[in-house]
Write a protein that binds this ligand. Structure first.
Ligand code: SF4
Length: 204
């Protein structure tokens, strides 16, 4: 499969300016837990940067996100994503899943595992708020080159205990240094580092 076909099938990757490498996103209106959290005061989704804000309000951006969402059931999605991730991670082998959006279910997660297994040269990081999916799963089945961080649902909530890798949003005590480096990761790779149990992002 060539790159053009892979992009047509999946809707392509994203390239957030903060990240060192490429990423992938889905529409926030499809977030299962996030859609419930958005209306909850002091939840980590209540000020979601990717929901009807900034460039995410534009029709072309919305259309692209919808195309990606609809492509998840394409029979060649895994193959196409594997082609894209392998190609676009050649220079910087650190890939982020879901710079917006979240897991759509167990089948979706299984497909992401297959993409990770097909791109073992790349380190993958995926945050999620889909606690139910993770509680049903043994962390040992996660591919070695993927770190799933379970995001706490509320601002200033402690990291969850049921999953080994987590992230939180805090008013004080952040461990993500991006604010000091022009809102870019720079040389930091904490989010991909399995020795870092929790990453605390500042509330903004
Ligand atoms: S902790 Fe490091 S890798 Fe993670 S988002 Fe912040 S700067 Fe980037």
């Amino acid at each position: 499969m060539n790159l053009k076909e892979a992009k047509q099938i999946t809707g392509g990757l994203s390239s957030p300016s903060k990240m060192p490498g490429y990423a992938y996103n889905l529409p926030t209106w499809a977030c299962v837990v996030g859609t419930k959290l958005r209306d909850v005061k002091d939840s980590t989704c209540s000020g979601c940067y990717a929901h009807e804000r900034g460039r995410y309000r534009f029709k072309n951006v919305k259309d692209a996100l919808n195309r990606r969402l609809n492509s998840l059931t394409h029979p060649q999605w895994v193959e196409a994503m594997t082609v894209l991730v392998a190609h676009y991670s050649l220079k910087v082998p650190f890939f982020r899943w879901h710079d917006s959006g979240d897991l759509q279910g167990a089948d979706h997660l299984k497909k992401i595992f297959e993409v990770c297994n097909g791109t073992k040269q790349v380190q993958h990081w995926m945050p999620t708020r889909e606690a139910k999916l993770l509680t049903l799963m043994d962390p040992a089945v996660v591919p070695k080159n993927l770190i799933i961080r379970m995001s706490s649902h509320m601002i200033d909530q402690a990291p969850v205990k049921f999953w080994p890798h987590t992230s939180t949003v805090v008013r004080a005590g952040k461990t993500c240094p991006a604010q000091e480096t022009n809102n870019q990761c720079g040389s930091c790779r904490q989010c991909w580092n399995k020795e870092v149990n929790n990453v605390a992002y500042p509330l903004h």
